[in-house]
Design a protein around this ligand. Sequence first.
Ligand code: PLP
Length: 426
Amino acid sequence: MTTEELLDFDRNHIWHPYTSATNPLEVYPVDSARGCTIKLTDGRELIDGMSSWWSAIHGYNNPEINQAIKDQVDKMSHIMFGGLTHSPAVELAQKLVNITPEGLDNVFFCDSGSVSVEVAMKMALQYCHALGTKDKTEFLTIRNGYHGDTWHAMSVCDPVTGMHSLFNNRLNVQNFVSQPKVRYNDKWDDSDFDEMYQTIKGNADRLAAVILEPIVQGAGGMWFYHPEYLRKLSEICREYNVLLIFDEIATGFGRTGEMFAMNHAGVVPDILCLGKAITGGYMSFAATMCSKNIAGVISSAEPYVFMHGPTFMGNPLACSAACKSIDILVKGNWKERIDNIEKNLKRMLNRARTVKGVSDVRILGAIGVIEMEKPVDMKIIQQKFVDEGIWIRPFGKNVYTMPPYIITDKELEFLIQKMIKVISEI
Ligand SMILES: *Cc1c(COP(=O)(O)O)cnc(C)c1O
């Protein structure tokens, strides 16, 4: 197939994320990817600034993860998890229990981030059901969040950017409070928590759980808020018997400068969602973790089981990739690497503040965000980034990067220099 034929079929038959079927934006055919470089079929090479949406933390084609998957393929690629178990799954669960804070003891493996959010919400509902508090069926979250594209995950995404109006009357009505306003590094102000406090206090008997992304709101706005918000939230949730669910699908595994974003606040949720970087970006996989208490309560009442069990649950290939990815992370100097990326982002990305049309620059760990005054024209800006030799995929007003942790100082400098060049030209 020639590249033209490939692109022609793609345009006429294949959906891409959030795209029109009849008038899709251009897509660029990739030949291969290695380290921090994406190679297009026309031979051009792009420095990757996206880690394939937070996931490829060790870069592409990591020899150790490749080998782990190859070894596993020769044993078994998949085996059903109902009634059977295997060492890749057990080892991965052990690693997850070890690297997460104390209190998250039980692991449910699932197929994608969105599914792990569905599983977390089901856990919360089954927990309330088992306790006999059957009126506790609603969820509370903060605006500008993103939790995935399946039905209930969508119901707790930001109602505006998540297009709730489109599915009017069909999405479950959930409870929303304002996005936390005090920034990660600013001075904490108690009033930032007022609305959340009042809402929990006034609705505790209807609320099963609060769900949010700790510290970093990802796709819903790329916003970093104050750790004190989470400490207050954890106290209040406990006081009013509302469960706390953290969605660390984007932030987990070192991205924010801590192994998990919740570590910035020293707070542990009842239920935790992990995904994206869990396999080092090799394949779709996720996990939902919960406390022994939650697991125990769910299992203590009719139907005495947790009602979920995907076909590809605990897939051995994904587990072996995840085990190796976590090993590389834990045995390596991830914290130094992230600190170094953060330092470089602060030094170089802040220069964008003086560019016309830029309204804010935010940096935390290996995440750098340039917020524009207006949404960018994707058609124009995407082409320019590719022409400059970098892969950056803006969203709305945000032009942002979360590069693989293995990016070199030179590559990062190139990436940021070109990012600033392109936003200066548009
Ligand atoms: C990406 C993401 C999801 C959804 O994960 P998928 O694997 O795309 O289903 C959920 N929550 C957050 C915070 C995410 O960034």
